[in-house]
Design a protein around this ligand. Structure first.
Ligand code: MF3
Ligand code: CO
Ligand code: CO
Length: 297
């Protein structure tokens, strides 16, 4: 279904696409938006969401393939005894060699080219002299800019041989992302994605981090919409073809509460429990979704 067909399909008596739960004619349909306004304009004006065209998508797909390749390269390099700064160097050099720019470097003052988050670090870990040891888990979050287009993905890796808790949290985080991807199709809503994650993860006795969300991406690192990893079914903006955003659930073995360290970046679990994350950049297509940062889940 194209965006144009979608526009013709919205009836005045149907639920409004903005997620209010009201009929379209009693909501956005009665405001200053002409019926003739394209859905693209309404998504931009009302939600700040920039839909992507075929050309944009092809460029984001290329940036995304580079991000996926970078994560595979890191996977084969990771070993006990390595520092997180060595991972930073690998990611930085690989990105530059492929004519891309590492988006994290200097982003709002972030000092490195990748985020490396070990064990109880939820996200935004800064690479440094920490030495990885057997049994650690580490999330590596790569965002690259290629020909001006952004793509963002992350995976959590085992260092050496994992313990039981590590296996559990990594599996639950991976399956949480999978559960949300199953809801990623036109007609469903942003809230359905977080609902699916929360239902699955809490059902496994784990918790969902609240403070960090997925995000629109492509022209910028972080665009509208925000994509919470918890929430209510049937709420939020309706998913339509041409939307590109990340889903990146952070799942804790214990409580969802977190602390931010003195460096103002590193987020850790308040109770010291293990935490894991997987992230992909996806495109909503006519029939479902396409991962623009593909890797096996
Ligand atoms: N890649 C992270 C995300 O998924 C953002 C990292 S911001 C940085 O949104 F500055 F820490 F790189
Ligand atoms: Co992201
Ligand atoms: Co990321």
């Amino acid at each position: 279904m194209t965006v144009k067909q979608k526009q013709e399909r919205i009836g005045r008596n149907e639920l409004c696409f903005c997620g209010s739960g009201k009929k379209y004619k009693k909501c956005c349909g009665m405001q200053n938006y002409e019926i003739s306004d394209s859905i693209q304009k309404q998504y931009l004006d009302r939600f700040g969401i920039r839909l992507k065209n075929e050309k944009d998508i092809e460029f984001i797909r290329r940036a995304g393939q580079l991000v996926s390749d970078t994560l595979s390269m890191v996977e084969s390099a990771i070993h006990p005894g390595m520092t997180t700064d060595e991972i930073n160097t690998l990611v930085h050099n690989y990105t530059i060699q492929h004519h891309a720019i590492p988006a994290p470097l200097n982003y709002k003052g972030f000092p490195k080219s990748v985020c490396t988050s070990v064990n109880d670090v939820i996200c935004h870990g800064i690479p440094g002299d920490r030495v990885l040891k057997n049994g650690d888990i580490i999330n590596v979050d790569v965002t690259s800019v290629l020909d001006g287009y952004f793509a963002d993905a992350n995976r959590t890796f085992f260092v050496g041989t994992p313990g039981q808790d590590a296996v559990k949290i990594v599996n639950v985080a991976k399956n949480s992302l999978k559960a949300s991807l199953e809801m990623a199709r036109p007609g469903n809503r942003i809230g359905d994605l977080g609902w699916a994650i929360q239902r699955y993860a809490e059902g496994q006795g784990c918790s969902v981090v609240r403070e960090f969300v997925g995000h629109g991406i492509g022209f910028e690192f972080h665009e509208a919409p925000q994509v919470p990893h918890f929430g209510r079914k049937g709420t939020g903006v309706e998913l339509i073809p041409g939307m590109v955003f990340t889903i990146e659930p952070m799942i804790n073995l214990g409580s969802y509460k977190l602390k931010i360290l003195e460096d103002k970046w590193t987020a850790i679990t308040a109770d010291g429990s293990l935490t894991a994350q997987f992230e992909q950049t996806i495109l909503i297509t006519d029939t479902g979704y396409e991962s623009l940062t593909p890797f096996d889940l």
